[in-house]
Design a protein around this ligand. Structure first.
Ligand code: GLY
Length: 250
């Protein structure tokens, strides 16, 4: 019997219209599409080097934020939740993501009046922690029987906090109060790097943005294996490392 598990990372190509993306808490600046696409390629190569099979969702060149597939779904062990993004401009992204995810999981769709961005969902053990934000409302929290989390001054909960091992969150304490996670240890980002809390954990590896070297050093000093990738052009679209993939174990 073959018990080998396959880890799939679902991604989508960067839209040539990425410079028209939604922005909420950061100022618009020019985005170099070719550079963003090259950085996205490097991100995919890093995921592949760590054992992920890269599976592409159909490109959506007319949807500026479509590279950020994390917001369209939440992948759990036994089901994939298909979201209803809070930004009207992003609602059209979900069906093509669902088309891919249905190969791997039964689907559950969040229903109106709920709005939910996957970037607001932190899965800790078996529980969903959902940040209530300008994109995600309490109806989504209720439909998913989740734990509501309050945060401020950033787009998504996972801009403010991500899990880096079974017991530990990396977070920006100015944006989210660690006391909302009483069962976890918390490591604070370097105060000079407020956006540094968005890390992508794959087992014992932490994928981390090259933009936050102080926080990276902090993690390394704590013994984490950190793999760095430059996503600075994508970060201009108010995105982080987790936003660019959906990881499913199969
Ligand atoms: N640009 C990412 C978002 O606002 O959804």
């Amino acid at each position: 019997m073959n018990n080998t598990r396959v880890r799939v990372a679902i991604t989508r190509a960067v839209s040539p219209r990425i410079a028209e993306c939604e922005l909420s808490y950061i100022a618009r600046q020019p985005i170099d599409f070719a550079r963003a696409a090259a950085q996205h390629d490097a991100y995919e190569r890093l995921l592949a080097s760590l054992g992920c099979e890269i599976v592409h969702v159909a490109a959506a060149p007319d949807m500026p934020d479509s590279v950020f597939v994390e917001d369209a779904a939440v992948v759990l062990d036994d089901v994939a939740i298909i979201t209803r993004p809070g930004a009207q401009s992003r609602r059209g992204e979900v069906d093509s993501v669902a088309d891919v995810l249905q190969r791997y999981r039964p689907l559950f769709r969040v229903a109106e009046p709920a709005t939910l961005d996957g970037g607001d969902v932190l899965v800790i053990g078996q529980r969903l922690h959902i940040g209530v934000s300008q994109r995600t409302n309490v109806e989504a929290v209720e439909q998913l029987n989740a734990i509501p989390i309050n945060f401020q001054d950033c787009l998504h909960l996972k801009s403010a906090a991500t899990q880096i091992d079974d017991e530990t969150l990396l977070l920006n304490p100015r944006w989210v109060d660690a006391r909302q996670f009483p069962d976890l240890n918390c490591i604070a980002v370097d105060p000079a790097e407020p956006f540094g809390a968005n890390a992508l954990r794959l087992d014992d590896v932490v994928l981390f943005s090259a933009s936050y070297p102080r926080t990276r050093k902090l993690l390394e000093s704590r013994g984490y294996r950190v793999e760095v990738v430059d996503v600075s052009e994508l970060e201009k679209a108010e995105a982080g490392l987790t936003c660019c993939s959906l990881v499913a174990e199969n």
